[in-house]
Design a binder for this molecule. Sequence first.
Ligand code: MN
Length: 367
Amino acid sequence: MSWGIDNLPYGVFSRQGEAPRVGVRFGDKVFDLAAALHDEVFAAPSLNPFMARGRQAWHDTRALIQNKLDSDRGVAESHLIPLEQVRLHLPFEVADYVDFYCSLDHASNIGKIFRPDAEPLLPNWKHLPVGYHGRSGTVVVSETPIKRPHGQLRAGVYGPCAKLDIEAELGFVVGVPSEMGTPAGAFEDHVFGVTLVNDWSARDIQAWEYVPLGPFLGKSFATSVSPWVTPLEALPRIPGRAQDPEPLDYLRRQGDWGLDIQMEVWLNGEIVSRPPYPTMYWTPDQMLAHMTVNGASLRTGDLFASGTVSGPAREERGSFMELTWNGTDPIKLAGGETRAFLQDGDTVTIRATAGGIALGEVSGTIG
Ligand code: MN
């Protein structure tokens, strides 16, 4: 089953009148770890203290939980709480947030839309994973309502964003800090797991503001994440996509960090896209190596996201900007409605599976 013993993602939950604490999802229930494992680290209202313990502890804890759920069902049962009785919280305290731009198809599409008369890919794109530092303070958990941002839309015009969009992404959560550069080969020693990310984007604000320093207010109003963080150990891995030209030494891959993850973008209960993660050009070990190659440190709770996941086909694009070609070719919904960008009241939900396991979902309604 997709929430079985080979999955076990971590989250933070509370029951009415109780303090938020750490649990893992098993089926349609939450396994209450502080009570079941008698370990205070799980009484914290975030995953950060547990994530800081490091890779061996992550592995041992997962094995212990699997063992309890597998062979000790009677005892385990008393610590399993039905999901409908709990509220799910932001699972980790977000330290720094970086957003990359690792999909070749997404970068090519955006290049064609924003700069129709130029080469779609800028000269640096195949030499380094392009990224920017985002705003960690506005990372919110799934189901947090999203308020339509206001801002400068073009010269002399201030108002509500008319091109509100999504970006379907995968986020990587850092557990173990480091003082300086973190090589690609140390990826598993520092990264705890993955979460689904919706990088809400105000395209009109973005198009006017982004030259020459990159995304700013068009992105910083909200970024949603799934309430569940799936440990790296649970993810099926495949070789990364071939890269040409060969990247510099510090970006050389030491392991297979292509991820066999298939995503779905739902709009008001209807699937509008199926972005395939295996088509991503840069792998997460390369993202980590690049974002620290200047000597930058890592902190527990750092989040770095892949950038929009888009495949080569139209129905695989992870943003409305690409799905509707900047609004010129709206999506037709089953009920006869059309969408160029998001309207008030729209709900977008991103789901994903990795082999047989579910990665949770990230959902938000425009209010
Ligand atoms: Mn993004």
